[in-house]
Design a protein around this ligand. Sequence first.
Ligand SMILES: Cc1ncc(COP(=O)(O)OP(=O)(O)O)c(N)n1
Ligand code: 3NM
Ligand code: MG
Length: 335
Amino acid sequence: MQQAIYRILDANLDRAREGLRIIEEWCRFGLNNPSLAEECKKMRQELAVLHTWEIRQARDTPSDVGTELSHPREETRDSIESLLQANLARIQEALRVLEEYGKLCLPEMGGVCKSLRYRVYTLESHLLNSDRHKKLYRSSLYLVTSSSENLLAIVDDALRGGLTLVQYRDKSTDDNIRLVKAQQLCKLCHDYGALLLVNDRVDLALAVDADGVHLGQQDIPIALAKEILGNHKIVGRSTTNPDEMQNAIAEGADYIGVGPVYKTPTKPGKEPAGLEYIEYAAQNCPIPWFAIGGVNLTNINYVVAAGGQRVAVVRSIMESEQPSVTVRQFLGCLG
Ligand SMILES: Cc1ncc(COP(=O)(O)OP(=O)(O)O)c(N)n1
Ligand SMILES: Cc1nc(C(=O)O)sc1CCOP(=O)(O)O
Ligand SMILES: [Mg+2]
C-alpha cells in the first residue's frame, strides 16, 4: 500500500516538475520574462524538496503499466498556446493527485501542493488569459481613487493622459451611490481600454463586472474571491512585509501592493515599510507589484532607484490640477 502511494507520488512529482520546466523555458526564451521564469523555477525547487529519497526509491519503471499510454493529442501541438495549455493542465492535475495521495502519508505535502496549484492558476492567467492580465502587466501606474465630487472628471482626464489601471476606493459613501459610481467608472475605464478594480468589495466588483478586486490583509481569501468573480478576473492584495508578500503569492494573488513606502495621510496610522521593503520586492517578487504610500513626482526617483517599476498613487493624481499631465510625468519617470 505504502509502496503504491509512493509510486503515485513519484510519478506525479516528476510530471509536475517536467511540466513546470516546459513552461519555464517559454517564459525565459519565448517571453524573455525573468520574473515568470523565476516563479517556475521556485516552484520546481519546492517540488524537488518534496521528492525525497524514499519516494524516488519506490520507482519501478519496468512494471509500470502506464508508460506506453499516450493520447493522440499529445503527439501534436498546433500552437504555443495549446502546448502551454496542455502542460499547465498536466501540472495542475499532478498537483491535485499529490494533494490527495500526499494526505495519506505526508500531511505537509497536501498544503504545499494546494498552494502550488493556486500559483499555477496565477501563472496560467498571466500566460494565457485574456488581455486583462496582459494589461495588468503593462500597467506601470495605478490610480487609487479617493472621494471627490469630480471623481469621473478626474479619472477621465487621467485616462486621457495614458493611465491604464484604476481602483475605485470609497470607504464611506452609501452602497446605492457606490454602485452607481462603480458602474460609471467601469464604463469610463473600459471606453479607454483601461482596467477597473474595486477596493475591498467583491460584491460590487461582481455587480458591475469590474476587472477585479483589491483585498487587504483582513479581507477574504484570494481563492474565494476568484471563486466568486471567476478565475479570469484580477485579485490583488496589500502587503507590508516579506511574510505578507509570500503569503499573497502562495494564495495566488495576481499582483500586490507594496507599502506604505512613505507615511501618508491617506492611510493614517499605518507605519511606513520604507524603501527597504521596495528593495526586497525588487529582488523577490515574481508577480507584478505596485509601490504605494506617499509616492509623488518629487520622490518617485528614489522608488525607482530602489527597484520599483510600478507605482500606485491616490493624492498625486486625485489632487492634481492637471491629472493628464501628472499621469504623463509619472509614466515618463517609470520608463
Ligand atoms: C494597490 C493597493 N495597495 C494597497 C492598498 C491598501 O489596501 P488595504 O490595506 O485594504 O487598505 P484600504 O485601501 O482598504 O484602506 C490598496 N487599496 N491598493
Ligand atoms: C490606500 C493605501 N494603501 C497603502 C498601503 O500601504 O497599503 S498606502 C495607501 C494610500 C496611498 O495614498 P497616497 O498616494 O495619497 O499617499
Ligand atoms: Mg481594504
